[in-house]
Structure formats: C-alpha cells, structure tokens
Design a protein around this ligand. Structure first.
Ligand code: FMN
Length: 298
C-alpha cells in the first residue's frame, strides 16, 4: 500500500472515493424515498458554471420504462434491474423559458462555449450523485451508450428541444460490494508543472500493471476483425505488423482488444455525422454557426 492509500484510510471521504467501483448487480431492495432525495440533493449542490445549473435529471423508476432504457442502451439488462435510473441531460430549454419570461436575450443553444460548459456541469452533478450514492450504501454504474439512442430517449422521456441526454446512472443496492478496478497511478496521470511524456518502457509498464493478467484468445474470428480494422485505419502494412505481434504472443493484448475489437477504431469515427445530426434535432446548432464562420473566410 502506498502513502496516498494510508492517508485515505484515515479519512472517510477519501476512503470512499478510492475504494469505489461500478456496480452492475443490484438486489431487489427498494431505495427509500428519503434516501434517493438526499442523494439527488447532493447532486444539485455540485459546482456549475456561472451557477446556471443547465441540466435536468429524469428519474425513472417505472419497470417498463427501465426495460425500454436497458434495451435502447445496447441491451444492457442490468440497467432494468436497478430500481432507479437517472438520465442526466443538458437542459437549456428551462433557461430559455426563464429568459423569455424575463424578456432577456438568449442564444445558448447556438454557442459551443455554453454547450461545452453545460456538458461539464451535467457530468459534475452526476458524479456528486454517484459519490453520494456510494456514501449511503448504494451502488451505481454510468451508462454512456445513451449516445447510441439519443432520438429514442428524447421520445421516450418526452424531452423538449434544448434538452439533450448525456449519460445515465443506474442506481440500486449492490448484491455484493464490487471490487475496485486497477487504475493508472498518480505518477502516470499527474504531471508536475508541465507535460512529460513517459518513455516507452515506463508507459508499457504502467499499462501492463493496470491490465495485469489480461489475455484474450486469438480466435480466427477475432484475428479477422482485428485485421480488417487495422487495414481500414492504418493500411495493409500495419495490419501485417499487428497480426505478427498477435501470432508471436499467441494472444490479443489489452490495447489491441480495446481499440481493435471493443471500441473499433474503424467504426467509431463513422458515427460523427449522425451524432451531430441528432444533436441538431435536439435543438442545438452551434456547429452550424461554426460552419458559417469558416465559409465567410473563404
Ligand atoms: C461515461 C461513462 C460511460 C460508461 N458506460 C458504461 C456502459 O455503457 N456500460 C457499463 O457496463 N459500464 C459503463 N461505464 C462504467 C465503466 O465501464 C467503469 O467505470 C470502468 O470500467 C472502470 O471501472 P470502475 O468504475 O469500477 O472503476 C461507463 C463509465 C463512464 C464514466
């Protein structure tokens, strides 16, 4: 155990933050209303740019609704088992209405700056809630695949224009306390004063330590996908190098798995256009303003 852990053990908040883990296995126990209220209240006390709070949280407890959420978010069944699902959304709709009622000018949905800050506000609020949930003995798991079903969520949750889902947090009592996952250490993530690149050996050691024991069998099917992804992204020569590495090791390594199979490097950028379109459909058009300024310069 390092010194940082020793210090954390003497402080309840630090201990909580360093021993947490995502929970994907929830018991049937209902969350008392006053507990959930206390957890939500911790969220709305989070820091927020200009103290504007440009977010809304859709609290979903209805079982059929939770099943729909689980289906939409990539068929992750454990979402429906969590008694409470919180969908965190950027919400400029409420502020636009406020501005209108008060005869104030409003253009936040056209501003990248507002979008950027409100995204952070939303996530910081969610993280306060995540920590508060841990503090009262609940468990939770973020669900980022809301991005794959923005339109479906807008319809299901009846979100007006200017309200955009960012992330879902599934909350419930854990069946078992989940084990904390290994992380890169502060020695890797924190840079003193200025950025310092790790040398190759340090970098590999850091990731080997994080993913110690990771070994994915190089089945024919996986190797074929990996080859396809490598060819599409970096060309034939790179694909040969990658497959040679797999053959030598007799395994697919952690980096190859993450960027070659799980978050496919060839497919993910393809989604950009549709995501921008879905964002526009939700009433945001700052990227259009950006396009216009580029055209103006031509
Ligand atoms: C933005 C975000 C999106 C995530 N999306 C999912 C998800 O869709 N499904 C899932 O099972 N876990 C999801 N997670 C949980 C991560 O997999 C988890 O945090 C990570 O593996 C580290 O494990 P730990 O939280 O136990 O430390 C997400 C986490 C974050 C922060």
């Amino acid at each position: 155990m390092n010194c940082a852990n020793g210090y954390a053990n003497g402080n309840e908040t630090l201990r909580l933050l360093t021993s947490r883990a995502s929970c994907r296995d929830f018991s049937d126990k209902k969350i008392p209303q006053e507990t959930i209220n206390a957890v939500l209240n911790a969220g709305i006390h989070a820091p927020t740019g200009g103290n504007l709070q440009p977010y809304s949280i859709i609290k979903v407890e209805n079982h059929d609704m939770r099943i729909r959420l689980a289906e939409f978010c990539g068929d992750q069944g454990f979402i429906a088992k969590a008694p409470v699902n919180l969908v965190f959304c950027i919400d400029w709709h409420r502020l636009e209405r406020w501005a209108s009622l008060e005869d104030a000018p409003f253009s936040a949905t056209q501003s990248f700056r507002h979008f950027w800050i409100s995204f952070q506000d939303t996530v910081i609020c969610a993280q306060n809630i995540c920590t508060a949930a841990d503090a009262v003995g609940l468990g939770s798991c973020y669900i980022g695949t809301v991005l794959e079903c923005l339109r479906e969520l807008r319809e299901l949750l009846e979100l007006p224009n200017g309200v955009l889902p960012v992330v879902l947090l599934a909350i419930g009592y854990p069946r078992e306390r989940p084990m904390p996952r290994r992380k890169l250490g502060a020695d890797v993530v924190v840079h003193d004063e200025v950025y310092r690149d790790l040398d190759a050996e340090e970098l590999l050691r850091a990731y080997e330590n994080k993913y110690e024991g990771f070994a994915l069998e190089a089945t024919e099917e996986r190797v074929a996908i990996l080859e396809e992804v490598c060819k599409a992204v970096h060309g034939d020569e790179f694909a040969v190098e990658c497959l040679e590495r797999v053959r030598e090791a007799g395994l697919i390594n952690a980096a190859q798995y993450r960027f070659g199979l799980h978050y496919r490097a060839d497919k993910l950028p393809d989604g950009n256009e549709d995501l921008v379109r879905a964002t526009e459909e939700a009433g945001f058009n700052w990227f259009k303003r950006a396009d216009m300024s580029v055209d103006d310069k031509d």
